[in-house]
Design a protein around this ligand. Structure first.
Ligand code: FRU
Length: 624
């Protein structure tokens, strides 16, 4: 049965716009325009979706069904791509605000029961997680339960740039193969559904039943221009994470001082006191709260002001306890802090601090100016870890950087991928300090297909003509770098576009250079973050090697015990190169946009370097 589910206020608006004039002329959709400000669309047939045409550089119009307006960049004079807008409950009318009566979108809207998600994107990775369509940023609510890894993510289903934050949803049994599911938590009248975390409430302490997945997220709403309200909310699932019911008592945590940047709740179980702890990023701090029932929260402490590079904005905290050097009797807490801006090479990055936690307060091991990066590439952000994975700590980064995330090359079907999931471990460095290693999860090895044995050789130079047909491969080798100059490998395509990974003896560091990796001019337009000072930006640009723009540049990391043999693992996918040195003691994740897929290798050295056990694996992925 066709049902009109417009809210009372919308019905009034519809009446005002002259819905009565919207007679069925045989057109699938008819429109009643009230000037350029309000239009009522009336659907003559009952379908699952109205297909909306998008023009990405146009302002947002508001499409409303029920009480929540969705911001959609409807086409004015050109269609870049389309998105499906679900007509839930058999709805037969929609209200659109803020789109001129002569816009192209009115001609191009169509009714449909299906939406084709067959890949159309050249740069869509073949073995990294991406949304089937739409925009994605941070991983959210990472939780493992009953054999499934849930990956929720910041998701805009109505365009391939940021907006309309929902929690999108995919699941996997092996962290490698992902199944797309419908969005799990949708933007509502309280606001956008910003980042957060999930727990499995084994004992049912929240009163929603035992073993429920409970989600914590930030409701974000713009209040007046330039101002926002961010409060923490809760939702629970009774169907293993497929759908969520928002808690009627939301919000559960609001800032006691009206702070406007107050988001991304991380909730975990603190066993020694049998209580839940929540960490919320609060501007340049992290605030700790405690609870017995996940609903009532009491403020405990805050930590972080002045730590890490300045200026910065703390986002997406995580807090994990890990054994030191694998010794279960020696445990340390690690505070993962995502910052934007402030990353070593510009924009967004993930730092961490080791220390102790007494159930109330975090005490770091190091001084405020000591910054340790979890990954040294430019495309590793909002990284948080899975909950409920005893014995393993698995992090899942978003593979982009806010400097250019909305601008990366795309036909508009989707934007952004996750970097490979990594297992985090704590180790003691040669300087006695504690560090995190981030190694690709073991499950990735099962993707390995045909091996091209490259073997052992001294450098000089060695070319390998073809290691991949589809731009998706893994390269493994041991490298003893030369005592002078550079030694490493170029990963290149048949047009000579290349990404270089090399050791630099003079500076005892490992470098990834994407200056000539492929397309990079999209980043000519990036603007400094509003928190960035001219001085800090200048410093970042000077630190970065071969800087051409915020994308075309090289990143680097210090290497301990430089002159020894190093285990190298490099994962190449259509639009990324991820480097893991010595089991992830150095991790470096960078996007690249080669106009033909990378397929060749050229090992090189300025001195006497040695390569051993070099193998390139094709990966068993569906070639799209
Ligand atoms: C981090 C972030 C979060 C916020 C979300 C909004 O990338 O800015 O702090 O919750 O993205 O999409």
């Amino acid at each position: 049965m066709k049902r009109n589910i417009l809210s009372p206020s919308l019905l009034l608006a519809a009446a005002a716009a002259g819905l009565a004039a919207c007679n069925n002329t045989g057109d699938a959709i008819s429109f009643a325009h009230q000037g350029d400000t309000l239009t009522v669309a009336h659907m003559a047939a009952q379908t699952k979706y109205v297909i909306l045409p998008i023009q990405e550089d146009r302002p947002e119009a508001q499409v409303m069904l029920g009480d929540v307006p969705m911001d959609v960049r409807l086409a004015v004079d050109k269609v870049d791509y389309t998105v499906p807008f679900p007509l839930r409950g058999g709805a037969d009318s929609l209200v659109v605000r803020g789109l001129a009566a002569n816009a192209l979108a009115w001609q191009e809207m169509a009714l449909a029961d299906t939406f084709d998600v067959t890949n159309r994107e050249t740069f869509r990775p073949l073995y990294h997680h991406t949304p089937s369509y739409g925009w994605m940023n941070d991983a959210n609510g990472l939780v493992y339960k009953d054999g499934e890894y849930h990956l929720y993510f910041q998701y805009n289903p109505y365009g391939s740039v940021w907006g309309n934050m929902h929690w999108g949803h995919s699941v996997s049994r092996d962290l490698v193969h992902w199944q797309h599911l419908p969005a799990a938590i949708e933007r509502d009248t309280m606001g956008h559904i910003f980042s957060g975390s999930c727990v499995v409430d084994h004992e049912g302490s929240a009163g929603f039943g035992k073993d429920r997945i409970v989600a914590f997220y930030t409701s974000h709403i713009s209040t007046t221009p330039g101002h926002q309200r961010q409060q923490q909310c809760m939702a629970y699932s009774t169907d293993n994470g497929r759908t969520f019911t928002k808690y009627e008592g939301n919000p559960i945590v609001t800032p006691f001082d009206g702070l406007e940047n107050f988001r991304d709740p991380k909730v975990f179980w603190y066993a020694p006191e049998k209580k839940w702890v929540m960490i919320v990023s609060a501007d340049k701090n992290m605030r700790f709260y405690e609870s017995r029932d996940l609903k009532q929260w009491t403020y405990l402490s805050e930590w972080g002001e002045g730590y890490g590079p300045q200026p910065n904005q703390f986002e997406c905290p995580d807090f994990v306890q890990l054994p030191v050097d694998g010794d279960e009797s020696k445990q340390k807490w690690v505070m993962i802090v995502n910052i934007n801006p402030g990353f070593a090479y510009g924009g967004s990055g993930t730092m961490y601090f080791t220390g102790d936690f007494d159930g109330k307060r975090f005490t770091p091991d190091t001084a405020p100016e000591v910054t340790k990066w979890l990954d040294w590439g430019k495309d590793h952000y909002a990284t948080v870890c899975y909950s409920n994975t005893p014995g393993r700590t698995i992090a899942m980064p978003w593979m982009s950087n806010w400097q250019y995330a909305n601008l990366t090359p795309s036909k508009g079907q989707f934007r952004s991928a996750n970097a490979l999931p990594r297992e985090l471990k704590l180790f003691t460095g040669r300087d006695g300090g504690l560090y995190l290693s981030a190694a690709p999860v073991d499950e990735l090895a099962k993707l390995r297909g045909k091996a091209t044995e490259i073997g052992a050789f001294a450098l000089g130079e060695k070319k390998v003509e073809k290691v991949s047909e589809n731009g998706a491969f893994e390269l493994v080798f041991t490298l003893t770098p030369a005592a002078k100059g550079r030694s490493g490998v170029e990963i290149l395509n048949d047009k000579g576009e290349k990404t270089l990974v090399y050791f630099d003896a003079e500076n005892q560091r490992v470098v990834m250079d994407r200056t000539e990796a492929g397309i990079s001019d999209f980043a000519d337009k990036t603007e400094p973050h509003h928190l960035e000072t001219e001085a800090s930006r200048k410093q970042t640009v000077e630190r970065t090697l071969n800087y051409k723009n915020d994308f075309a540049l090289a990143t680097y990391a210090p290497v301990e015990a430089f002159a020894e043999a190093h285990e190298m693992r490099i994962f190449v996918d259509r639009s990324s190169v991820e480097l893991f040195v010595d089991g992830g003691r150095v991790a470096m994740t960078n996007l690249v946009f080669p106009t033909n897929p990378y397929s060749q290798l050229r090992f090189f050295s300025d001195g006497e370097a040695k390569v051993e056990k070099a193998v390139a694996y094709t990966l068993n992925v569906s070639s799209k």
